[in-house]
Design a protein around this ligand. Structure first.
Ligand SMILES: Nc1ncnc2c1ncn2[C@@H]1O[C@H](COP(=O)(O)OP(=O)(O)OP(=O)(O)O)[C@@H](O)[C@H]1O
Ligand SMILES: [Mg+2]
Length: 381
C-alpha cells in the first residue's frame, strides 16, 4: 500500500476513534499483518485498513486504543493515543502527530463519553444526531422493587426468563419476547417497569419522547426514527418509546394527518423489520388513540391499572421499610387508598416519612400518613 494512502487511512481511522458513530466490526492481528474494519450502520459505510511490516506498530496502537475503549479505560485510551502521537512524531509525521495531540486535548476537555455500569458492561452516550433523539440511563431498579398483582408479576417474569434464556430459544428458531406495549393511567408503573427490565437484564434504558420528537422534527420524523432503530442494532438496550400515542393521537387533526400517517407507517415497518436483540417498549396513557395495526406488531400488550388495596398496602409499606410502622392503623388507612395511583401512594409515603424525620423520629403515625394521602387525593383531582 503506498505510504501516503496509508497515512491518510490511519489519520481517518484515528479521528474516527474520537468522533465515532462507527462500530468496529472486525479486528485481526497476525504475525505479519493487522486488519481493522469500522462500519457505520447509519450510512452502511465501511472503512477498513490493513497494516504490514513497519506500520504494524501503528496497527498495534489502534488495536490497543479499541481495546481500552471497549473496556471503558479512558486513562489507558488516552495514554495509548499519546504513544501513537509520539510514534508518528518519531517517524517524522509531524502533522499527524499534531493532529493526534489536538484530538487528545479535545477528548480530555470534553470528558469521558464512556459510562461504566454495574456488571462491567459499557455504554456509549448517544452522540451526534442521536443525542437529540434519545436519552440514556443505567437503571438500578429491580422487579422486586415493584409491588405488582400476581398476574402482572408473572407476565413480567416471563419476559425476563425468555430474555435470559434467549440462546436456547434462538437455537430452536424461536425469539424471546422483546416488543412490548404498556398501556395504563399516569403513575401506574409503565416507566418503572421499563427501568426494572433494563436493571434486571443489565441493559441501558434509552428513552425516546415521541410527542416531542414529532413536534421537533416535523417532516423528518420518519428519518429520525430510522436512526433510532439503527441504534437498536448497534447498542443492545431497552428502548422506551414514551408518549407512544403521539403516533395515533393526532390522526384526527387535519393538518397533521399526512405526517402522522407517514410516521405511523414507518414505525410499523421498522418495528416489523427489526431483528435486533434490543427490547422495544411503547408506553401510553391513551391506548384508545392507537391505530389497531400497532397492537398486532407487539409480542405482549400489558395493561396497567390503579392498584388493588393489597398492592397499595405493599407500595406504602415498601416505601416506609426504613421506618417504624408497626402501630399503623391499617383499618383507617386502607379505605383511603382507593383511586390513588401507584405514584401518588409512593409520594404519600415519602411525605409522611419526611414529616417524621423533620419531627426527629422514625415512627410514622396513622394521622401523618392519612394526611399525606388526603393531600395527594386533593392534588390529583
Ligand atoms: N408497581 C409499583 N410499585 C411500587 N412503586 C411504583 C409502582 N408503580 C409506580 N410506582 C411509583 O410511581 C412512580 C411513577 O411511576 P411511573 O413513572 O412508572 O408511571 P407511568 O405509568 O410511567 O406514568 P406516566 O404515564 O405518567 O408516564 C415510580 O417512580 C414509583 O415511585
Ligand atoms: Mg412514564
Amino acid at each position: 500500500m503506498p505510504q501516503l494512502r496509508q497515512a491518510a487511512q490511519e489519520r481517518s481511522l484515528l479521528s474516527l476513534l474520537f468522533h465515532t458513530k462507527f462500530a468496529w466490526t472486525a479486528l485481526g492481528l497476525e504475525n505479519t499483518r493487522a486488519t481493522i474494519e469500522l462500519s457505520d450502520a447509519n450510512t452502511e459505510r465501511t472503512i477498513s485498513a490493513s497494516w504490514q511490516g513497519e506500520s504494524m506498530s501503528m496497527a498495534r496502537h489502534v488495536i490497543a486504543l479499541l481495546k481500552s475503549h471497549l473496556e471503558g479505560d479512558d486513562k489507558e485510551f488516552l495514554s495509548v493515543a499519546m504513544q501513537a502521537a509520539a510514534h508518528e512524531a518519531r517517524l517524522g509525521h509531524i502533522a499527524v502527530a499534531q493532529q493526534l495531540r489536538d484530538l487528545i486535548d479535545e477528548a480530555k476537555r470534553r470528558g469521558s463519553a464512556v459510562q461504566k455500569r454495574p456488571g462491567q458492561l459499557l455504554v456509549l452516550e448517544p452522540r451526534g444526531e442521536l443525542a437529540n433523539l434519545l436519552s440514556v440511563q443505567i437503571p438500578g431498579t429491580r422487579l422486586s422493587d415493584m409491588a405488582l398483582p400476581d398476574c402482572l408479576a408473572e407476565r413480567l417474569k416471563r419476559i425476563l426468563i425468555e430474555q435470559r434464556q434467549q440462546k436456547q430459544l434462538r437455537a430452536h428458531g424461536l425469539g424471546p419476547r422483546r416488543k412490548l406495549l404498556f398501556t395504563g393511567p399516569p403513575g401506574s408503573g409503565k416507566t418503572m417497569t421499563a427501568s426494572a427490565i433494563a436493571g434486571e437484564l443489565h441493559l441501558p434504558l434509552f428513552t425516546i419522547m415521541l410527542e416531542g420528537l414529532i413536534t421537533k422534527f416535523m417532516g423528518e420524523t420518519a428519518a429520525k426514527l430510522r436512526l433510532v432503530f439503527d441504534a437498536m442494532r448497534q447498542t443492545q438496550g431497552v428502548y422506551l418509546f414514551d408518549e407512544f400515542d403521539a403516533i395515533g393521537a393526532r390522526r384526527n387533526q387535519l393538518n397533521d394527518v399526512g405526517e402522522i400517517r407517514r410516521v405511523l407507517n414507518s414505525f410499523l415497518q421498522l418495528l416489523e423489520k427489526d431483528t435486533s436483540h434490543s427490547l422495544i417498549v411503547g408506553a401510553t396513557n391513551h391506548p384508545d388513540l392507537l391505530d389497531r395495526a400497532l397492537f398486532r406488531r407487539f409480542d405482549d400488550v400489558i395493561e396497567y391499572s390503579l392498584p388493588e388495596v393489597k398492592v397499595a398496602e405493599q407500595i406504602l409499606t415498601r416505601k416506609l421499610v426504613a421506618f417504624q410502622i408497626a402501630d399503623l392503623d391499617w383499618s383507617r388507612i386502607l379505605p383511603e387508598v382507593e383511586g390513588l395511583s401507584q405514584a401518588e401512594l409512593a409520594r404519600a409515603s415519602e411525605e409522611s416519612a419526611k414529616h417524621a424525620v423533620l419531627n426527629g423520629t422514625t415512627r410514622i403515625t396513622t394521622e401523618a400518613l392519612l394526611a399525606a394521602l388526603h393531600e395527594r387525593r386533593a392534588t390529583s383531582r
